[in-house]
Design a protein around this ligand. Structure first.
Ligand code: EPU
Length: 336
């Protein structure tokens, strides 16, 4: 176990904000996690469990305990003719899991290449990209209840996955800390190339998993800034989902508005388009800005504070609401 006081989180958030936490605790085993959670001082304090901090906005210094897992490891725990069950420690970098699966020819997560963050958080957040979501391959999620200290294995159905949402994000549920994620990978992968940009790159080919991974990494590099070069947390907002009547009203006034139909009949609208239409793309405001190649990404241009990013996000939200009547909700989690 590792315990630090007045600890800098600069390398634990991809905005690279120079925030400090009063306490920082890291554990390597479930037993250590149990000891942290049962500690009386811990129970009295404000606490937040983080992954790699690639989807967090620390609005100021954290007056509590930041907890981080170091539970790693990948092991095959089941095998059939069609599938492999891979059990992954929550602290394993998600992209290392993708690279491992791709190198063995196991399919199902190759489109999720290059997403920053750790596996536990990926399963909480239901990460998605290029027509795939982690929810589709989650077999089960192993957790530790922060209040009752019970271990529980959630089936995929019990995780209640939705677009960037899960049981674990619902504030009405007891906080559950993910220790391991079991994913089901296909031994005979079927490429998933529905996403326009990806299909465009691989047109006419029968791509290998490795070729798909490389195409996804190249697409990401074109549109998304590398957090080590330019602090950011990927998409700052979720893409809003509206009912058909709302969409028809928007389309009548904005004929070029892009849209993606959802299975339930509602329509997903790219927030990046709405933000660009409000004139924010590429704009700089002191130390913060809107990325020039993808308006959904807010960036730390150097030396930004969390509240400056929060203020820019609020201006963007208000402008989109005034112009389109559509409410943007942050995808990143505010902490502090
Ligand atoms: N668009 C614009 N202007 C912009 C950005 C986007 O007009 O500045 C429009 C374009 O029409 C474009 C469409 O939005 O075709 C979609 O853009 P993109 O393919 O970049 O995807 P996105 O909807 O903006 C989502 C995810 C990303 C994921 C990509 C690729 C969310 C909130 N974001 O973005 O996930 O990588 O699709 O599948 O769902 C993340 O969650 O952090 C993230 C990066």
């Amino acid at each position: 176990m590792r315990i630090e006081q007045n600890f800098s989180l600069e390398n634990y958030n991809t905005f690279h904000l120079p925030v400090k936490t009063r306490w920082f605790m890291e554990y390597w085993t479930e037993e250590e996690l149990g000891r942290i959670l049962r500690d009386e001082y811990f129970q009295e304090c404000l606490s937040t469990h983080i992954g790699a901090g690639s989807n967090l906005l620390f609005v100021n210094d954290y007056n509590g305990i930041i907890v981080h897992s170091q539970i790693k490891g990948m092991e095959t725990v089941g095998e059939t003719d069609d599938a492999i069950l891979l059990r992954v420690g929550a602290a394993e970098r998600w992209d290392d899991v993708v690279a491992y699966a791709v190198s063995r020819g196991w399919g199902g997560i190759e489109n999720l290449s290059g997403i920053p963050g750790e596996t536990g958080a990926a399963a909480v957040q239901n990460i998605g990209a290029y027509g795939m979501e982690i929810a589709e391959v989650v077999d089960s999620v192993e957790t530790y209840n922060q209040l009752t200290f019970e271990k529980r294995v959630f089936t995929r159905a019990e995780c209640q996955y939705d677009y960037r949402d899960s049981y674990f994000k619902n504030p009405h549920h007891d906080p559950h800390i993910v220790t391991h994620v079991v994913i089901r990978l296909a031994r005979r992968p079927v490429p998933r190339l529905d996403y326009g940009d990806l299909r465009g790159r691989l047109e006419g080919q029968k791509p290998t998993l490795q070729a798909i991974r490389e195409a996804v990494l190249a697409l990401r590099a074109e549109k998304l800034p590398d957090p080590d070069q330019l602090g950011n947390a990927g998409s700052f907002f979720k893409n809003p989902v509206v009912d058909r009547a709302t969409f028809e009203r928007l389309k009548a006034i904005n004929p070029t508005i892009p849209s993606y139909p959802m299975a339930d009949g509602r329509i997903k609208i790219p927030a990046g388009w709405l933000i660009e239409a409000c004139g924010f793309k590429g704009k700089r405001y002191g130390a913060v800005g809107v990325y020039e190649k993808q308006a959904l990404v807010l960036v730390n241009l150097g030396g930004a504070q969390g509240d400056e990013i929060a203020l820019l996000a609020e201006s963007v939200r208000a402008a989109v609401f005034d112009r389109f009547g559509v409410e943007l909700t942050p995808e990143v989690k505010y902490v502090g």
